[in-house]
Design a protein around this ligand. Sequence first.
Ligand code: NDP
Length: 319
Amino acid sequence: KVVCVTGASGFIASWIVNFLLQRGYTVRATVRNPSNRKKVLHLVNLEGAKERLHLFKADLLEEGSFDSVVDGCDGVFHTASPVRFVVEDPQADLIDPAVMGTLNVLKSCAKSPSVKRVVFTSSTAAVVYNERPKTPEVVADETWFSDPDVCRELKMWYHLSKTLAEEAAWKFVNENNINMITINPGMVAGSFLQPEVNESIEYILNVINGKSIPNKAFGWVDVKDVANAHILAYEIASASGRYCLTEKVIHSSELARILRDLYPTLQIPDKCEVDEPYVQTYQISKEKAKKSLGIELTPLEVSIRETVESFREKKIVNF
Ligand code: NDP
């Protein structure tokens, strides 16, 4: 079968492409600049890539950019979206590419009768940022939606971009009769194939370097589990709706503790320097992903160790 992966050179997408090739699919992979060898080398070197990987140039902000890529595909994995927590112009840097880009991809899918299912990489960012209290006994699940006003109030522009993109996507697919599933992962950790450090693993790198232990609590999940979930959501006919994927929600100080336990020589402060109380953790349900996709999530300690091992292999850290 022929499938398409948008934003194929990214952290999560590279693992999706890898697993799709391993499973025998022919993969049309979109990147903004296929002639940038540095960005695509890790993809073209994957097993099966020579025979079954085809690179396409496509930009989220270019109308019709995805038409010819999507046409003839059975499934579309839409992962492309800017992932940056600090930006100058939230509208231009995050919201436009996330929302207009997603609609752009979905419009191409609507024009192409070959497309049977779209799997869209949404986020926990589109799930938990609302007025509901978040305390250790609270369990968020797929019925939760983030509130754009809360994201605006907190100036969480990336979270706003993902919330608006998912909202727009559901509206469009319902009006145009497209079969779509969303995967809503927490912060993604684990071994990485691409040469650059993306935002979520940079968060871990900053803790390792002692640069920052923010007073924040995030859910975390392994990149291979996220990639597998995308493929299972496409392959399993009965899969539907949204799938939250979070192994555990932890405070940054707990991330520091896990890193120190794994690498005792690391000099990481054991608490964050704030006068206010620590932000509380909460839970995110694993039930739906387990029941309908059969996914058992990798323990967070393993994902964090694999992230650090990738940093070491790529000489990003020197211990
Ligand atoms: P990366 O930063 O590694 O990759 C993002 C990809 O988006 C890149 O391949 C980039 O393409 C592409 N992209 C960005 N802007 C554009 C544009 N204007 N046109 C075309 N492509 C564009 O991200 P991740 O792998 O971390 O994230 C992938 C998806 O998963 C995103 O949708 C993100 O919101 C979501 N997600 C990520 C989480 C995480 O913790 N990492 C958690 C939850 C959800 P190019 O290489 O061509 O520049």
